[in-house]
Ligand binder design. Structure first.
Ligand code: PMP
Length: 426
């Protein structure tokens, strides 16, 4: 196996992003004068659909938000009060950059299997999975570097790496003739969401997983496995992680090519902002160095809450309710789509996650335009252009089913059907 050592990090100068609240898109050229050039390449459609959540009476099928009533609010409130009193230094002080040792140990144990031995040195606690993506960019991307990315790609990852202005090579994993080695050769890393990808909802099959891992070993390319949705399987047994596959036949402490990212956002609450990376110790050390220049440490209060919640089995307790609610909403959305949108869109029912990816039957339907027309009809979708590094794919859309109850999903589909007709008629 080729050695997996992080390439030396070359810092890329960039201006601080303005932290103004998200506002609908406007011509940005003037307001961006004096900022780094990558800001001018940001797709303005993104800000439109991110801001849409704030429009009253809008049915938001565009975001990727969980159902808040699933959060164990009282239990978390009691735990928060308890850990602040019992562990004020850990909860309220600065902590070690890679995370609280007890939480790193717990994540190492939780992610270990009979064939995969992980220790604390394999684990970095991050401020959400988002920070893990950002740190990977800081550590691995050199100016003009290349990322081999599953296509379509998660918008947050594209946003995290935008300051480095990478070149993207699409990995069309689902195509039978696709050989990931061609895309991965010479890339600084490959990026995949194997479980119910955001945005496509697609589950990468076992043979496809095996091909990705074999290609990573062969080409010496780091393989990023972003896995926030591995806890949201509605049917079928979970497939092995790329992390598991990459450890097979390599006994001993994990030192393979996979950089695995997990998060508590889907199985507990996103506001705790707790994520983790599992990877070879050299990669963890490099990411920790980058984290120092990012936030010093993840909130100690959040880490203590995560530790106590996981130790106490809170995630296992609430999982059945999460799965049955989201499964029912997935079914309600797909039934409403069959009723109202079957003539307009093609899609596959996802077996997990939070999204249905649909493609317009009529090639004249421009989904950037559909976003705007949909807002006027009281429904928001995510257009495919924001998940395309080049911003060019305008044939598809992502529909979220976790946030809205069945009646709203049905009404959202009705409005979407009207918006499609209006878009095509214009
Ligand atoms: N990766 C993917 C594919 C996601 O969809 C998300 C958020 N929805 C994240 C990472 C980041 O999640 P968080 O920062 O909340 O852990």
């Amino acid at each position: 196996m080729p050695a997996h050592a992080p390439a030396p990090h070359t810092p890329v100068p960039h201006a601080a992003a303005p932290d103004a609240p998200i506002a609908p898109a406007q011509p940005q050229a003037a307001s961006r004068r004096g900022f780094a050039p990558w800001l001018a390449q940001t797709n303005d459609v993104t800000s439109v659909f991110l801001a849409a959540g704030q429009i009253p009476d809008l049915i938001n099928l565009g975001g990727g938000l969980p159902e808040p009533s699933l959060w164990p609010v009282e239990e978390l409130a009691d735990l928060a009060a308890a850990v602040i009193r019992s562990h004020p230094a850990e909860a309220l002080g600065y902590g070690p950059i890679p995370g609280l040792p007890a939480l790193r140990d717990l994540i190492a144990a939780r992610c270990s299997t009979a064939n995969l031995r992980l220790t604390r040195d394999n684990v970095l606690i991050t401020t959400g999975g988002m920070q893990a993506l950002e740190l990977v960019g800081k550590v691995l991307l050199q100016p003009g570097g290349t990322v081999a990315a599953q296509s379509p790609a998660y918008l947050g990852a594209l946003d995290a790496w935008r300051p480095h202005v990478p070149r993207y090579r699409p990995m069309r994993i689902e195509r039978n003739d696709h050989d990931p080695r061609a895309a991965m050769q010479g890339a600084q890393f490959a990026y995949t969401v194997p479980n119910f990808s955001n945005p496509s909802g697609r589950l990468v099959s076992l043979p496809e997983r095996q091909a990705l891992v074999a290609a990573a070993h062969e080409t010496g390319t780091w393989l990023i496995e972003d896995d926030p949705y591995g806890v949201l399987y509605y049917e079928g047994a979970p497939l092995p992680r790329l992390l598991d596959l990459s450890a097979a036949g390599h006994p001993g402490p994990y030192a393979g090519p996979v950089v695995y990212m997990g998060s508590l956002s889907k199985e507990l609450t996103p506001g705790l902002r707790i994520g983790w990376v599992v990877a070879a110790p050299a990669m963890i050390a490099a990411l920790a160095t980058a984290k120092q220049g990012s936030d010093m440490c993840t909130s100690g209060l959040s880490q203590m809450l995560a530790l106590r919640a996981l130790e106490g089995g809170m995630t296992e307790r609430i999982r059945p309710a999460i799965l049955s609610l989201y499964r029912a909403r997935r079914d309600a959305l797909c039934a409403a789509m069959r009723e109202h949108l079957a003539g307009d869109l093609d899609w596959q029912v996802p077996s997990g996650g939070m999204f249905v990816w649909a493609t317009a039957r009529d090639p004249r339907l421009d989904t950037d335009r559909l976003l705007q027309v949909g807002l006027a009809h009281g429904v928001c979708i995510s257009p495919s252009s924001v998940f395309d590094p080049q911003g060019q794919d305008r044939r598809s859309l992502r529909i979220n089913f976790t946030l809205n109850p069945p009646e709203a999903l049905e009404e959202g589909c009705r409005r979407l059907a009207r918006a499609i007709r209006a878009t095509l008629a214009a």
